[in-house]
Design a protein around this ligand. Structure first.
Ligand code: UDX
Ligand code: UDX
Length: 455
């Protein structure tokens, strides 16, 4: 009863007196900006900060520098309510906040480990500007044990132990549906080692907790491990289904019926079972590598995850392989239309995108490329300025020798196949996302290859 009161009283006070803690987010990228906008929407006064002046200027002019559905509306609403602001003055943001979230990038080092230099510089900045008790919370995916390292780094920098608590609060945001994932999450995970910090985190998420979102409160190291286990499990699930799809290709079985049937088993579930050109994005590849690296430091081999990555590396070569077979290995001088450059639909992000692998393989074999993506043309143009970028699917297809669909953008499902056929030199097509209906493709006499539906 005492414990119940302990938790309910602050919630009651929160509603009566608006006890939301003030929050700062260091790092206003894909994760930081969504986190900041959603925290503000939930009632927390939030300052988003970043070292990138251009990015902050864009946010301040009402320009959303990334493609994330729903984010622009949320930001303008929160800014209008005076709950959200953007700045490069990280020092001041730290001073004004009770909870400081860290959402800077944690890119991969050459040996697969996570690069914590941006986290370290954020911690140093916090150490130099701490002016009262603060919760320092990692949102970025950080290797197991980083919370303890942050604690020690702050103490080594002379910050008194009573001035801070370190918390782990991993993000589970999918690009393209990040706002929904934040506001309607499957769970909130908080790794925390003091009651004071736990209370503040409960206040930050009070509205979602009151709506019944499951809350897992645990220690730092378990929280950090939950994030890696979730991503590694999902990555493994994808490599598994991609391997089964390849077997279906060879045997003639139908992956769509197969995934439907196994997905009806609640222990398997129908989610995250779509075969494709391999997984990409800023999280799965890097988090799997980091987990393998952590396993090595603890002398625990991560064989499943190593295999999931190996399978994925091979899967990323499949679109080229399928195309090569359809073109009888004649690629030199051929023009290939690629629809979809982002690693998934509803984002402009190309990090670890399977399209990068395909473009590299095609360029190596002397093919010309006409590409189109509804959001990611500009990002890919920075990496491959030598290919042609088009402003529509049909423009990309025009006079191409073959077409490859790489990303599951809904508009590709609506392609008019009569027009596609008339624009292509030959009706040859690889659909790596199984968006098009094989019966309709057959009716239009396409020579095609899908994933897991025969060669
Ligand atoms: C990043 C990580 O890659 C991911 O593992 C983690 O879970 C969340 O953070 P993302 O938001 O997609 O994901 O990264 P990115 O879009 O690169 O944003 C990071 C931001 O931090 C950039 O805007 C960068 O300018 C900023 N930054 C980086 C700082 O503000 N300070 C620094 O010292 C370094
Ligand atoms: C992932 C996690 O899902 C999310 O919780 C967070 O931790 C960040 O990392 P994200 O990388 O944005 O999110 O996208 P996600 O939807 O998970 O897709 C990852 C990759 O898997 C994409 O390349 C996507 O195309 C692929 N995928 C996904 C499939 O090939 N088939 C599927 O059924 C689902």
């Amino acid at each position: 009863m005492k414990k119940l009161l302990f938790f309910l009283l602050p919630l009651y006070l929160l509603y009566c007196f608006d006890l939301h803690p003030s929050t700062a987010i260091i790092g206003t990228g894909y994760v930081g900006s969504t986190t900041g906008a959603c925290l503000a929407y939930l009632g927390n006064k939030t300052i988003c900060c970043d070292v990138d002046e251009q990015k902050i200027n864009a946010w301040n002019q009402g320009i959303v520098p990334i493609y994330e559905p729903g984010l622009a509306e949320l930001v303008s609403q929160a800014v209008a309510h005076n709950n959200l602001s953007f700045t490069t003055d990280i020092e001041q943001a730290i001073k004004e906040s009770e909870v400081v979230f860290i959402a800077v990038g944690t890119p991969m080092n050459e040996d697969g480990s996570a690069n914590l230099s941006y986290i370290e510089s954020a911690i140093k900045m916090i150490a130099a500007n701490i002016n009262g008790y603060k919760v320092i919370c990692t949102k970025s995916t950080v290797p197991i044990g980083t919370g303890n390292w942050i604690k020690q780094t702050l103490l080594d920098a002379g910050v008194k132990a009573e001035l801070f608590d370190v918390v782990s609060n991993p993000e589970f945001l999918r690009e393209g549906s990040a706002v929904k994932d934040f506001l309607q999450p499957d769970r909130i995970v908080i790794g925390v080692e003091s009651e004071r910090a736990e209370m503040m985190m409960r206040q930050v998420y009070a509205k979602l907790i009151a709506q019944g979102v499951p809350l897992v409160v645990t220690n730092l190291i378990t929280s950090e491990s939950i994030k890696y286990a979730a991503n590694a499990f999902l990555a493994t699930k994808l490599s598994f289904i991609n391997e089964i799809a390849n077997l279906c290709d060879a045997s003639g079985a139908d992956i769509t019926t197969l995934t439907y049937a196994i997905g009806l088993d609640k222990r398997i579930s129908p989610h995250f079972l779509k075969p494709g050109p391999g997984f990409g994005g800023s999280c799965f590849p890097k988090d799997c590598e980091a987990l393998i690296h952590t396993g090595k430091t603890y002398h625990v081999p991560m064989m499943m995850i190593e295999t999931a990555l190996k399978v994925n590396a091979e899967q990323k070569k499949k679109p080229f392989e399928k195309l090569r077979l359809l073109l009888n290995d004649e690629l030199e001088g051929k023009t290939i239309a690629i629809l979809g450059l982002a690693f998934k639909d509803n984002t402009d992000d190309i990090r670890y995108s399977p399209s990068i692998t395909l473009i590299e393989q095609l360029l190596e074999r002397g093919a010309c490329i006409r590409a189109y993506d509804p959001a990611a043309n500009a990002n890919m143009a920075r990496l491959f300025p030598q290919i042609i970028y088009c402003s529509s699917s049909y423009e990309a297809l025009s006079r191409a020798d073959a077409l490859v669909i790489m990303t599951e953008w809904p508009e590709f499902k609506e392609l008019d196949l009569v027009q596609v056929k008339s624009l292509l030199k030959e009706p040859i097509l690889v659909d790596t996302r199984n968006m098009l209906n094989p019966d309709v493709l057959k009716r239009h006499n396409f020579r095609f290859s899908l994933m897991g539906q025969g060669k």
